[in-house]
Design a protein around this ligand. Structure first.
Ligand SMILES: [Zn+2]
Length: 457
C-alpha cells in the first residue's frame, strides 16, 4: 500500500461520519413534516387555510415517493394519507377522499407487514364504506386485516366492523384466527398485485367479426377458413337438494361455486369473446350425466366443473385440479365418492355407470392429454394468482379420480376444487365475493393460457 493510498483511505474514514451527519437532516425532514401535519390538524381543524394544507400535503406526498422505499417513505405516505383523510372528514372535499383512499391502498400494497399498514387498512375500509359507499371493497379491507395482521391492534376493530363477534378471553396477539398452513403474511415473497393491475394486462378486443378473438386465440378455432368462437361449458357443482360440502357459518358449496361460475362466465365472454353455457344458472338440481350431455350436445370445446373441497378433520387447505381417470389414491377416491353422491338422489336408473367402460371410450381417451394439460394450466394459474394475495396458498397439484360428471365428455374436461370450504381461513375467503372473483379471474387466465399454448404447438 502506498503512502498516497493510505492518505486517501484516511480521508475516506474521516468523511464517513460526515456522510452520516449529512443523512440526518433528511430523516428529520420527514419527522418535521409529520410534526407539522399534526400541528396543522390541531391549529386549523376546520381546514380554513387551504393553501397551507395543500403545500404540506404535496411535501408529504413527495417524501412518500422517494425511493428506495423505507421507513421514511412509509411514515411520509401514512402521514399524507392521514392528512387527506382529516381534510375529507373536516371539509368533505372529494379530492381529499380520492387521495386518502389511494394513499391507504398504496400502503397496503407497498408496505405489506409495515407497522402502520393494519391501521391504514382499517382507515381504508372506513373511507370505502362511508366515503365511497362501496361496502364490498370496505369488507375486503377489513378482511385483509384479519387475514394478514391477526396479531395487530386493528384486528378486533376489523372484526367488529365486519359484524363478527369479539373473541371472548382471547388477546389479539394470540392469533384468534387459526392459520394452520402458514404464518400470517408479514413479508410475502411476491408483492401483491392489485386486481386492477392484473386486469389491465388483458388484451382489449374490439367485438367486430374480424376480431372476435385475441390474435393468438384466433388461429385455434379457425376450422377450415371460418373463425369459430370457443364454446366453454361451465359446470357449477351441485345445486338444489344437493348442497355439496358445508362450510362454517352455513356457507354452502353449491352457492359459492355458482357465484364463481358466474364471474368466470363473464370473464370468458367479455375477455376471450368465448361462447359459454352454464349447466345451471340458479339453485336447481341437475343430474350429473345431464351436465356432460349438455356439453356434448353443444359440441363444447371445454368442460370445466367447479367445486369447493372439504376434509375429514376440517384442517386441509389448498387448490387441486382433477382429470378423469382411475386411481388407487385413497383421498382422491374419497373425494370422488363425495362429489358423485348426487347420483344416489332419487335412485334413478342413471346410477352405476361403469367408469372403466367409459374410460375406454375412444373419444375421451383421445382428449386425455388435452384434459391433463388443461388441468395443469388451470392449477398453475390458480396457484400463481392467489399466491399474489395470500402467502399460505397450498398447491395440491393435478390429480386424477373417477368423477362421474366428467364421464363421457367428448372434449377436454376437468374438475377444479377451488379451496376448502370447511377450513377456517379458506372457508371464510370462499364466502367473499372478492375471493370468488379472484378465483374466477385465475381460471379465466388459465383457460386463455391453454388456448394460447395450443396455437403454439
Ligand atoms: Zn363438489
Amino acid at each position: 500500500m502506498t503512502v498516497r493510498s493510505l492518505v486517501q483511505m484516511a480521508c475516506l474514514l474521516l468523511l464517513l461520519p460526515l456522510a452520516a451527519v449529512n443523512a440526518e437532516p433528511k430523516r428529520k425532514s420527514v419527522q418535521s413534516l409529520v410534526a407539522a401535519a399534526d400541528a396543522l390538524k390541531k391549529n386549523d381543524p376546520k381546514v380554513k387555510n387551504a393553501k397551507v394544507w395543500e403545500s404540506l400535503s404535496a411535501e408529504l406526498n413527495a417524501a412518500a415517493e422517494r425511493r428506495p422505499r423505507n421507513e421514511q417513505s412509509e411514515d411520509a405516505l401514512y402521514a399524507y394519507a392521514r392528512l387527506e383523510q382529516f381534510r375529507f372528514r373536516a371539509a368533505k372535499a372529494r379530492t381529499a377522499l380520492t387521495r386518502a383512499v389511494d394513499a391507504f391502498e398504496r400502503m397496503a400494497v407497498e408496505h405489506v407487514g409495515g407497522d402502520q399498514t393494519d391501521d391504514a387498512l382499517l382507515a381504508l375500509g372506513d373511507l370505502r364504506r362511508d366515503g365511497l359507499k362501496d361496502e364490498v371493497a370496505a369488507r375486503a379491507a377489513y378482511y385483509e386485516i384479519i387475514d394478514r395482521y391477526p396479531g395487530s391492534n386493528a384486528f378486533e376493530t376489523a372484526r367488529s366492523r365486519l359484524g363478527l363477534s369479539a373473541r371472548v378471553g382471547s388477546t389479539p396477539t394470540k392469533v384468534a384466527v387459526a392459520q394452520p398452513t402458514a404464518e400470517p403474511t408479514r413479508a410475502p415473497t411476491a408483492r401483491p398485485t392489485p386486481l386492477a393491475e392484473v386486469e389491465d394486462r388483458e388484451p382489449v378486443v374490439a367485438p367486430t367479426a374480424a376480431a372476435i378473438l385475441p390474435p393468438e386465440s384466433r388461429k385455434v378455432f379457425a376450422k377450415e377458413s371460418t373463425v369459430r368462437r370457443p364454446l366453454i361449458v361451465i359446470d357449477p357443482g351441485h345445486g338444489g337438494e344437493d348442497l355439496g360440502a358445508l362450510g362454517a357459518d352455513g356457507v354452502l358449496e353449491k352457492d359459492v361455486v355458482l357465484n364463481v361460475s358466474e364471474f368466470l362466465d363473464e370473464f370468458l365472454r367479455e375477455r376471450l369473446r368465448a361462447r359459454t353455457f352454464l349447466t345451471r344458472s340458479r339453485d336447481v338440481f341437475i343430474p350429473l350425466p345431464d351436465r356432460t350431455k349438455l356439453a356434448n350436445d353443444k359440441d363444447a370445446d371445454l368442460f370445466i366443473s367447479i367445486h369447493a373441497n372439504a376434509s375429514e378433520y376440517k384442517t386441509a387447505s389448498g387448490i387441486e385440479t382433477y382429470y378423469l381417470d382411475n386411481t388407487n389414491d385413497k383421498s382422491s377416491l374419497k373425494l370422488a365418492k363425495r362429489e358423485n353422491m348426487s347420483l344416489d338422489f332419487g335412485g334413478g336408473s342413471k346410477n352405476g355407470i361403469d367408469v372403466s367402460f367409459m374410460l375406454s371410450d375412444l373419444i375421451q381417451n383421445a382428449k386425455l392429454d388435452d384434459s391433463i394439460s388443461l388441468a395443469h394450466t388451470l392449477q398453475n394459474a390458480l396457484h400463481a394468482n392467489l399466491s399474489l394475495y395470500y402467502r399460505d396458498v397450498n398447491n395440491l397439484g393435478v390429480k386424477k379420480a373417477p368423477f362421474h360428471v366428467l364421464v363421457g365428455a367428448h372434449m377436454p374436461c376437468v374438475l377444479v376444487e377451488i379451496s376448502f370450504i370447511d377450513h377456517p381461513v379458506e372457508g371464510r375467503r370462499l364466502a367473499e365475493k372478492r375471493y370468488q372473483r379472484m378465483v374466477a379471474l385465475a381460471i379465466y387466465q388459465g383457460v386463455r393460457e391453454f388456448f394460447v399454448s395450443r396455437t403454439e404447438r
